[in-house]
Design a protein around this ligand. Structure first.
Ligand code: LLP
Length: 423
């Protein structure tokens, strides 16, 4: 399903012209499709339905309260990595009993907050964290539910900055130590072992890393059970691919095909933590061209959205499709090839850094001052990674549903920029 389509020469989100939204709310503007969010959540739930999984949407990908509420209403739960994300889940009015708390550096205050919220389990990433959770739980006369995050030493063949399941990454504990770690949990009256967790990286465009991880998880569960430990959950994390270019990501059914056999054999509950694949293609970033210029033999399109809004191209060299909202040339099937009627341009922002670009050498139709551009696949790791760099207020966010829409985060003002500072 494509929530963003060109009709009669202009871009629509569902049934709303994107240009109308930019007129009303200004730019840079994040536009999300409710139908696409529901569609993607439904697709992953259905692909794994045979084992009745707990799907924990990864709040880090996009934590806007309205998106969390929408997903909660669909029956989705949440994966969090901080007290702040737990607060967001609570403030969205969502349930917290099926929340899973990951992350390498949970503080005592965050552990206490999560225990008070009765979350489903902590994904524990070190022995020191086991000790800390035990101490906090003990002080509250509680038993903390934990899963061991194991590092399976699997290469997910993704970006170096987002691979997590290889030996030497900061995440999890070496898989060979599972018996020793489980024994430690068993010997601690303040802890209860619920299962094991692995997250391999993000985004993962092939299914074989998941197959390898599921097989390793099955072996570990068998081994732990043989030694008398309870392990009823396997959590295989998130990382499912997103089609940034076209159709390069496999459908959820292909991931399910390699994961489900192991879950059935293990007779475990399955938890998943998808983020990007649910919200990535449910959002775009709409910007306005401020100037164009030709210097150094190049065409620069300078627009009002930069690396402070969407940092992914600057940070990971990631590719986001960019096309005008009212284009002179219809959008191509392939954005990476030469496009007739177009010219290569660097699409840059107003930030004072040479690394401030959304695209380089990108084939674009003629654009001029005042034109609107859409950067696609911006729903995940977009707003959440935005910053105030160069004292730029954060953009507004709008959620579209059919032919209706509403503002779900107002544009920041200059006063917002200094609101927390003191003389
Ligand atoms: N679970 C854990 C333990 C994670 O560390 C992550 C992502 C997820 C789930 C969700 O992964 P997803 O399904 O969204 O791929 N900022 C980077 C991505 C960082 C991912 C961090 N962890 C980017 O923009 O590509």
């Amino acid at each position: 399903m494509d929530a963003f389509e060109y009709r009669q020469g202009q871009l629509f989100c569902e049934d709303v012209p994107v240009a109308d939204l930019a007129e009303e709310f200004g730019s840079p503007l994040w536009v999300y499709s409710a139908a696409k969010l529901r569609h993607e959540y439904g697709a992953i739930r259905d692909a794994f339905s045979e084992v009745d999984p707990v799907i924990c949407y990864s709040v880090k990908a996009n934590g806007n309260l309205s998106l969390l509420k929408l997903l909660n209403d669909e029956g989705c739960s949440f994966d969090i990595v901080s007290g702040g994300e737990l607060y967001r889940v609570q403030q969205s009015g969502s349930a917290t009993e099926r929340v899973i708390f990951a992350g390498v550096g949970k503080t005592d205050a965050e552990i206490r907050f999560a225990l008070e919220a009765d979350i489903l389990m902590f994904n524990v990433e070190s022995e020191a964290e086991l000790d800390a959770i035990s101490a906090v739980a003990g002080s509250m006369s509680r038993v903390a539910p934990v899963a061991l995050r194991l590092n399976p030493d699997i290469d997910a063949r993704t970006h170096a900055k987002t691979t997590t399941g290889k030996k030497g990454n900061k995440f999890g504990m070496d898989i060979e130590r599972h018996n020793e770690l489980a024994a430690k949990v068993l010997g601690d009256a303040n802890l209860e072992l619920r299962g094991i967790h692995m997250h391999l990286g993000s985004p993962i465009l092939t299914t074989d890393p998941y197959e390898a991880a599921a097989k390793k998880a099955l072996e570990v569960v068998r081994d732990l059970r043989a030694k008398g430990h309870q392990t009823n959950w396997i959590n295989l994390g998130g990382g499912f691919g997103l089609s940034y270019l076209g159709n390069e990501a496999p459908p959820y059914s292909e991931y399910a095909r390699v994961i489900l056999p192991c879950i059935r054999q293990a007779e475990c509950r399955l938890a998943l933590e998808p983020g990007r694949s649910i919200c990535g293609n449910a959002g775009i970033l709409v910007t306005r061209v401020i100037f164009t210029k030709r210097e150094g033999g190049k065409l620069f399109v300078i627009q009002d959205g930069g690396m402070n809004d969407l940092v992914r191209p600057a940070m990971y060299d990631s590719f986001h499709r960019i096309w005008p909202v009212r284009p002179a040339v219809p959008p191509p099937d392939d954005y990476q090839q030469e496009i007739p009627g177009c010219e290569p341009a660097d699409v840059v922002g107003p930030i004072c850094e040479s690394g401030d670009y959304l695209a380089r050498n990108r084939w674009l139709p003629p654009v001029e001052r005042g034109d609107l551009l859409s950067t696609f696949s911006a729903g995940a790791y977009g707003t959440v990674m935005s910053s105030h760099y160069n004292a730029r207020p954060l953009g507004a966010e709008v959620l579209v549903e059919g032919d209706a829409y509403r503002l779900i985060r107002r544009r920041e003002t200059y006063d917002d920029l200094i609101a927390t500072e003191r003389d």
